[in-house]
Write a protein that binds this ligand. Sequence first.
Ligand code: PHE
Length: 362
Amino acid sequence: MEDLQKLESEIVAAITACEDLAKLEDLRVAEIGKKGRVSLMMRELGKMSPDEKKEFGPKFNKLKTVLVDAIADRKAALELDALNARLQSERIDITLPSRPAPEGSIHPITQVMDEVTEIFTEIGFSVAEGPEIEEDFYNFTALNIPEEHPARQMHDTFYLPEDEDGKRKVLRTHTSPVQIRTMMAGPPPYRIIAPGRTYRCDSDATHTPMFHQVEALVIDKNIHMGHLKWCIEEFCRKFFELDDVKIRFRPSYFPFTEPSAEVDIGCAFKDGEILIGEGDDWLEIMGCGMVNARVLENVNLDPNEYQGFAFGMGLDRIAMLKWGIPDLRDFFAADLRWLKHYGFAALDIPSLSTQNKTTGSK
Ligand code: PHE
């Protein structure tokens, strides 16, 4: 009988030195597999006398346990090494910043709507909406533009085909119908703006069949033209980012306001460019006035109790002015080069509260 202790240290040494899972398996089969060296030796136990069995049985069992454990430990260690090696080789660096340049941009119309909304909500206005396919009543009649009124021709209206009731809806020619909808929806006071699309059958470098306006309506018991003037001046200062903008109120006529005015902004035409806040030229940016008493009556408000002002401003026009965009038609041509040039970064969100200056990427 060989010295079991010596045998044990020999095999354990071989296991510990083994560097490879396949070789470890070979070793396991050769030593403690069914026909392995240790297993064969254990079979010899059968031939031994009871006393010898008593002595060697436990020794063999202990030897086998030691070897099984040593192989299991070595196997675990080799597997761990293999896993670590694989993790190392397949490692990816996730700390790199994303590299593709930001794609897409905010259209100047969206930008101008966001900026206008930011400025007016800051001074207490809320935002109202109305449909682009509008009833004749809201677009004209309730605004004191009766059936035969010449102002209907002025508007170059797109009419829709007659519906079941024999009525023809229109593509709204201005955002003023939202005034009526707002006043019919609930009691005064009102302090709203309504930005949105408008339509007129007209097309050249400064007119497109679809364009944008923002309407404003303020009605309460003591509103006067001074409030209107302040609101417009304050808006122009903030929007054009100028402390000193020249504004001119020119008497005008709208059926739904009395008195009415058109607002011009002071500018200079220089080498085909328009510069706001300089020079002696004027550019019209909106129509405005005190809401006509007849309009108030049309929505069942008492003009002796309530009064207020309204204005309607061309959003495309003020975008062209602010960012020096020469041709209105390009706004809606969906030309990627134009959009890249005049578009705004998606995260350049207009905010007065943080005093961010919003500028084009041009
Ligand atoms: N709706 C008028 C237009 O489109 C503008 C306007 C609105 C004028 C409100 C006065 C008051 O021309």
